[in-house]
Design a protein around this ligand. Structure first.
Ligand SMILES: Cc1cc2nc3c(=O)[nH]c(=O)nc-3n(C[C@H](O)[C@H](O)[C@H](O)COP(=O)(O)OP(=O)(O)OC[C@H]3O[C@@H](n4cnc5c(N)ncnc54)[C@H](O)[C@@H]3O)c2cc1C
Length: 552
């Protein structure tokens, strides 16, 4: 018999499940996380922690831990295109070491290089440090059912085989691409199930840098006469490298000899190295048709599986759970309505689709080099081919390397819980980000006179910003929030440049840091606005506005 009802059961202790458990705990919501493995990372996948994820880490107090992770902060992050490490360099995009690049002016944080075997433990200790988060490793979800009151999950101890039941108000599947939670909820994935059959190999070679003249670089893209065929990244900035044979649409199981030959081809000479792990995997382009069914939700790779080109996978997943967590908290605390839960998929599924598409585009661009039979030839034709490939490829690849817009510019257009203001959205361009406080967008960063970022104001409840207005002028909305039990604080901002950036006298920011509403005056019906942004109801004026895009 079940012993207790846990508010949220998080299935999966990858980065996304850990972030969700941590954020729920940080909000004071009890949850139980189950993870079938012991949490060890045998082959790190993600290593780029994007700038938005770092902003969440800032909210959670994790920036010092990320910055202290063992990836050397002075290790040059160049992306280099070459025939082999001892062969021809075709092009290079230079980037300084992570710790040497200042944050972009649009954020208080910079992106970080923190591979999964370093980042997961940071998220794990964040979640574990929340007193209301219970974490069970070697605990596998076997099945679950749901009814109108609860979810009942059967969980098996992976060592003893003993099964027990956990009853929860909600279940969130952060259980990766093969998600049992998604399957049980009957949610289909749409897209392309096979882009490539790729083989990743982690190998160790402490003196690799001394074997060639290309210097330190993060990513190496190897181009042969047949086109782009493999990549290699400095996975720990020291002695370990992740080599990927990109492969194609047909599966090929590589022997150890074939893998070793491929690594030697990429380096361009014989040398000694140790293969630490080999991981064949399928690169996919899939998005779930919806993110919720009843009391069940999916997030992270359970909801979208994309090519790693661009480093969007985990970052998108962490964006999912930051959107979901406060909504679950609001409903569990009694001030959030049912519509809040539906808004999760409405807001996040289009972002999943956007990022999956961008990631596939990056793959296509990386593979866009056609065959050049004379690429390696020591002839004028060979030199001309190398110059052309290098120039065109360097230009083509820039879209993948400069992605501030992809990480910061996502917006919840048409969200059922944001009140549109009739303004025009800036273009959604992966390479450039236009800060705006338009409803649905991330409330932009700016430095306050006291040294804080605007982002430091957001995270717990709603924050009503008043530009040149005091709390008394905002009484109508603050009172309406209090009447509905919606947590809302007021912050007066006096810096004129921030007022110009936010564009209205009043701006209402949600607990996840996105703008819910803005105007130069208090709303005519403050309760209607509160009901909309807390998911309690869709008021009649909003319906007119959502249909026409105009203010009423
Ligand atoms: C080569 C490569 C490089 C990448 N680089 C980046 C990058 O730089 N940046 C980025 O953002 N993304 C990157 N990604 C993608 C990123 O790794 C994934 O998007 C991310 O790991 C997804 O996290 P997740 O928590 O959703 O799923 P996962 O990491 O897959 O975790 C799911 C967890 O659920 C557990 N689980 C599954 N079923 C059950 C069950 N029934 N019961 C209990 N537990 C269960 C699994 O054991 C697993 O631990 C990369 C991917 C690859 C392949």
């Amino acid at each position: 018999m079940p012993e207790e009802i846990v508010p949220v059961l998080v299935v999966g202790g990858g980065p996304v499940g850990l972030a969700l458990a941590g954020d729920l705990g940080w909000r004071g919501i009890s949850c139980t996380l189950i993870e079938q493995s012991d949490g060890s990372i045998y082959q790190p996948r993600m290593d780029l922690v994007g700038v938005r994820t770092m902003e969440f880490c800032r909210r959670w107090g994790l920036v010092p831990a990320v910055e202290a992770s063992p990836y050397p902060r002075d290790y040059a992050q160049d992306n280099i295109y070459l025939t082999s490490l001892t062969g021809h360099e075709l092009g290079r995009e230079r980037f300084p070491g992570i710790g040497q690049a200042p944050p972009p002016k649009e954020s208080p944080q910079r992106r970080e290089r923190c591979p999964q075997n370093m980042f997961d433990p940071i998220l794990r200790s964040f979640a574990a440090s929340q007193k209301n988060v219970a974490m069970h490793y070697r605990a596998r979800l076997v099945s679950f059912t749901q009814d109108s009151a609860a979810v009942t999950a059967t969980v098996e101890n992976a060592d003893s085989g003993v099964r027990r039941e956990i009853t929860a108000r909600f279940i969130v599947g952060c259980d990766g691409g093969r998600s049992l939670v998604r399957e049980t909820l009957g949610i289909a994935m749409h897209g392309n199930p096979v882009l490539t059959y790729t083989t990743n190999v982690i190998f160790r070679c402490p003196d690799l840098l001394s074997l060639h003249d290309k210097g330190k670089a993060y990513r190496h893209i190897f181009i042969g006469p047949e086109g782009t065929w493999s990549t290699m990244v400095a996975i720990n900035g020291r002695d370990e490298w992740r080599f990927s044979i990109i492969g194609g649409a047909r599966q090929h199981d590589y022997t150890t000899d074939e893998i070793a030959a491929a690594i030697r081809r990429a380096v361009g000479r014989d040398f000694a190295f140790e293969i630490l792990s080999v991981l064949p995997w399928v690169r996919r382009e899939l998005v779930a048709e919806r993110y919720r069914n009843g009391r069940g939700f999916i997030a992270g790779d359970a909801a979208h599986v994309m090519s790693p080109t661009g480093g969007f996978g985990m970052n998108t997943g962490i964006g999912d759970v930051v959107d979901l967590s406060w909504k679950l908290a609001a409903v569990l605390e009694g001030w959030g309505g049912e519509r809040l839960l539906d808004s999760y998929g409405a807001e996040r599924q289009p972002i999943g689709a956007r990022n999956v598409t961008e990631a596939s585009g990056n793959l296509r661009r990386m593979l866009s080099v056609g065959p050049h039979p004379d690429l390696l030839d020591d002839t004028p034709q060979g030199a001309a081919a190398r110059a052309t490939v290098g120039r065109v490829f360097s230009e083509t690849m820039r879209r993948e390397w400069f992605t501030l817009g992809a990480h910061l510019g996502y917006r919840y257009e048409g969200s059922p819980i944001c009140w549109p203001d009739g303004s025009t959205a800036p273009p959604d361009n992966p390479n450039s980000y236009v800060p705006t406080a338009r409803p649905g967008h991330r409330a932009p960063h700016a430095w306050l006179a006291d040294g804080r970022s605007m982002l430091d104001l957001f995270g717990r409840g709603f924050v009503l910003l008043g530009f040149g207005a005091d709390a008394e002028a905002a009484t109508a909305l603050l009172t309406a929030a209090r009447r509905r039990g919606v947590p809302m604080t007021f912050a007066a901002i006096s810096e004129p440049q921030i007022a110009a950036l936010y564009g209205r006298q009043f701006v209402l920011v949600r607990p996840d840091g996105h703008v819910a509403w803005r105007d130069d005056r208090m709303p005519d019906d403050p309760l209607a606005l509160i009901d909309l942004v807390s998911g309690a109801a869709m008021p009649a004026p909003y319906r007119v506005m959502a249909a026409t895009g105009n203010s009423v």
